[in-house]
Design a protein around this ligand. Sequence first.
Ligand SMILES: NC(=O)c1ccc[n+]([C@@H]2O[C@H](COP(=O)([O-])OP(=O)(O)OC[C@H]3O[C@@H](n4cnc5c(N)ncnc54)[C@H](O)[C@@H]3O)[C@@H](O)[C@H]2O)c1
Length: 438
Amino acid sequence: MMNVAVVGQGFVGLTLSVFLSSKKLQVFGIENNQNKLKTIQIGKSPFFEPNLDKNLKKCLKLKTLQFVESLNPIFPKIDVVYICVPTPNRNNSIDLKFIKNVIYEISHLLKSTKKKPMIIIKSTVAPQTTNLLLKILSKNSNKILGVDYFLIVNPEFLREGSALDDQMNPHLIVMGCEDSKSQHKIKNFYKKLYPEKIPRTYTNFSTAELIKYSNNAFLATKISFINSISNLCEKIPGANVDDVANAIGTDPRIGSLFLKAGPGFGGSCLPKDLNSFISVYKNFGIQPILLNSVKNVNEKQSDQILSILKNRYKKLEGKTISILGISFKENSDDLRESRSVILIKQLLNENCKVKVYDSLALENTVKLFKNTIEYCNSIYDCSKNSDCLIIMNADKEFKKITHKNISNMHKKFIIDTRRILKISNVEYIALGKNSDNY
Ligand SMILES: NC(=O)c1ccc[n+]([C@@H]2O[C@H](COP(=O)([O-])OP(=O)(O)OC[C@H]3O[C@@H](n4cnc5c(N)ncnc54)[C@H](O)[C@@H]3O)[C@@H](O)[C@H]2O)c1
């Protein structure tokens, strides 16, 4: 049986470990955060992801998956090592500290192993990063690429909320290699892991890195595009952004996905990858005109909500504002770059009283905002005594709000950033619809 190590047990690493272990590989999940390690060792995921806990427990029971703190003691038996550590932003460009740490460690471990391991980069990295990592590996280990070890850039495209399904059935497998032996190795390894029908792209390091950045930048562009149409719709009598999006989405050259207008994109990937892509352009002396606009539209989008409130109330100080949905999207407890978090900070700056409700993300919200806001366990509690209720994500619970849920609001005023609510006899403003439409 092949022994596989997966370094970093976050969204990507943990779901990958569970997937690989279900394929009857012997998997070692490496996690250096003690609290996270303890949690996953008892079969609990540190974050919400549908079906993950159940599958994690199954793998632990079968003993095809175990979690350890460090790569060091197990490295001599490892055939494949995946790198799934964070690649965050620092000063708006990519911070390579985590990935470099792992590569330095592997380069030293390579010196003494008798195996010829395959090293697979899953973390999202900027073009030319893997060339740099290769230099570290070859200089420190004195081993030769394609002879003593193999190196592949294999970016991840999973979506939080369907991460396990996406691990099993990716829409595409990108494999970037600089030598034919690495390409041969990964091709054979993935032949057994993934159905034949899944398209494969074989390319070099830089193009593989560029594919992932371009993919995320294009998704971000679609969202900012429809949000700028949405802003125009609000001004034109009768206009409705959803009708526009649905219609243009039927054109196969455009496609219907990522055309939902809203409060802007957030999450752990799009904002950070867009920022580092912008800095890649600058490093090569090219003005990132388009990507800067995508970013600007996104950043202005949460100001839209604040201006609606300011137009309505003139003075926001002392008003009670209720926020439904804190995570960056429904079915998630991930607050990274969530537009709700930005809005809450803006409202606190205006000296508003903020109440929040989210069926999955309250625990993480408490860690972030401590006692500065009020946490509620239902829509009813959250809307009580409120001057405005703001729907921030498309959780299915929010679609069913009735007058009963909001009977104790101080002012029956709702801002619906996703246009999911159908309710009459309240003051209702939806982003992307002209108010003459109600
Ligand atoms: N989250 C997504 O939806 C997604 C999708 C595609 C690609 N990616 C990319 O994948 C990478 C990982 O993302 P994520 O969301 O899983 O990150 P994450 O922050 O959820 O998890 C990363 C984990 O790595 C651990 N870690 C850091 N250094 C380590 C080390 N030296 N040894 C062991 N563990 C270590 C951290 O403690 C953390 O638990 C990033 O580059 C991200 O851009 C993420």
